[in-house]
Design a binder for this molecule. Sequence first.
Ligand code: 13P
Length: 253
Amino acid sequence: MLVAGNWKMNLDLPAARQLTANVVTSIGKTVHTKVAICPPFVDLDATFNLLHGSEIRLGAQNMHELDSGAYTGEISAAMLKSVGCHYVILGHSERREYFGETNELIARKAQQAQKYRLIPIVCVGEMLAQRDGDRQNAVVEEQVRQSLQGISIASGSELVLAYEPVWAIGTGRTASPDQVEEMHTHIRSLLIELFGQKMGYAIDILYGGSVKSSNASELFARSNVDGGLIGGAALNAEDFASIVKSAESAAAA
Ligand code: 13P
């Protein structure tokens, strides 16, 4: 199980420090669950220092696909490594929708992350109109295949997928456990096809989209749901800790 908090464009430095300290205290030690927080870039260095001594890992929310150079405003993989990042979220639907990120670009970023030994959390998910048109499986399949172009892994722990249906993000409308499990099973079969049986099963597939302490348990109980990518509820330490606890219980069951 992996539970990662995506803080998005929230929390200035003092607020990020406060939340990180609260998260460390609230979560304590986990046995079956890896935990990560993904603050904004400017908060990474300070939050990494506060995570010292805890097993909570740090992730970034985006990254440039090249090593360095004249790309004003961008952040490289080496920079993320230098401030202690372990994960990087790539291809979040908000990046796809508002910043024009394509599957092809996301694949280049994922390759770059791997080159620097950052674990990419590659996000996929259909829009509402696509679900209403029953096209979600085809849409997500294309995103998975194209966003993972050129990626090869030596173990399942080198890659994470996150299924985040766009209509469930920040809307309070969670996908039902059946809808989630159906899509995760589809993604699992694609990962097995791309990376083989052993690694395909070992890659964590997270669900994201209005995960809360009240619905995390029923989502994590499903066999192909390996954790969550949490937005709004990750901004409150108690809520986030409660979601982590649900992952621990699901893994122990
Ligand atoms: P919410 O949990 O706020 O719906 O956000 C989900 C998400 O986009 C995580 O990356």
